[in-house]
Structures are given as structure tokens and as C-alpha cells.
Design a protein around this ligand. Sequence first.
Ligand code: AMP
Length: 198
Amino acid sequence: MRLILLGPPGAGKGTQAQRLVEKHGIPQLSTGDMLRAAVQAGSEVGKRAKAVMDAGELVSDAIVNAIVAERIDQADCAKGFILDGYPRTLVQADAVESMLSQRGIGLDTVIELVVDDRALVGRIVKRAEDAKAAGQPVRKDDNPAVFEERLREYYKKTAPLTGYYYAKGKLRTVDGMANIDAVTAEIEAVLTAAAEAR
Ligand code: AMP
């Protein structure tokens, strides 16, 4: 199964992706996690991405496309994967298409978590508080000021992907404002229906 999770920052993509990993035994490919790991490691990519990420802007398409192209060739992706936070631009969406078609595989479903923007800032603040309370590092971009920029980037560059995938008949929407278990159940229902339709 090859799946894309779409939705603004704080919509719950990461949480739901982790549940899908457990249930379906396929990896979560989070470009945000990969870029944070690169920053942590101090690699060339990390050095180039850091300031952009801290400002809440998008890292260049060329960098993220290269990271994903390399990642999907690893053995654990053979049975499928969940793309979380990628693609985020139309250029990236076209890159996914060609990456997959070059490998003779396709995309199964794109699930958009639909959320109320006003609730998102609260979620981000809570995520930062929870991380701090658990003694985990707090993401530098999980604060209201940077979050506003991340949300702007989302509407400017990522939201058009819903139309892109709708036109391809791939888009399914799920109410991301429901509680976590209800969202998981709705995603599973979408996946079952998509599998039956194939
Ligand atoms: P995330 O963890 O998905 O919220 O991503 C954190 C940050 O990493 C984003 O605000 C961007 O700066 C960068 N990033 C993650 N994924 C992408 C992507 N697909 N394209 C460009 N930048 C990305």
C-alpha cells in the first residue's frame, strides 16, 4: 500500500501515520523527520535546511525529492509506505508520480485530514508542552509565530495538491477534528473501501 497523508501542520498526520505503521507494517516516510535528522547530524543537507525550517518555510523541492527518491529504494519500502508531509508542492507531486512510474508502481490513495485552522495553533502549543513535560526536545518551529508561517506556506503551496489528487480520482477526505481513535477508524474505512474498489 502506498499512501499520502495530506493536511496542514498539526492536523495529526504524524500520529495517524504511526498507527498505520503498526497496523499495516509499512514505514512512515516523514520528510520533516528526515530533515530534522539531517540537521541533527550536521550533514550538508541539514546545514542548508536548518534556517529555512526554523523560519517555517519550505525546503527546496530538489533537496526533499532527492531524499525521498533515495528512501523509497530501501528494502523496508518494498511492500509500501506512508508519505507524511510529502509531497508539499505541485513540483513534488509531479516528482512522486515519476519516481513511482519509473519503478513500475503506483499510488493507492491520498487521504486529506480536514481540520479547523483555529484549533491548530492550540494543538501545536500543546504538542510543545507535552514534549517538554516528557523531557523530549521541543521543535523550534512549534511556536505560534513560526506556526503562522508554516500555515501560510501550506495554503500557498500545499493546499493546491487537494485539487491535483481530486482530479486524479485519488483524494479521500477524513474529518481530522474527531478524536484520534475516530480519525484512525475513518482512515481504515477509507483504505478498506479503496482496496475493495481495486
Ligand atoms: P513537518 O515535520 O512535516 O511539519 O516539517 C517540518 C519542516 O520541515 C517544514 O516546516 C519544512 O521546513 C520542512 N519540510 C518537511 N517536509 C517538507 C517538504 N515535503 N517540502 C519542503 N519542506 C519540507
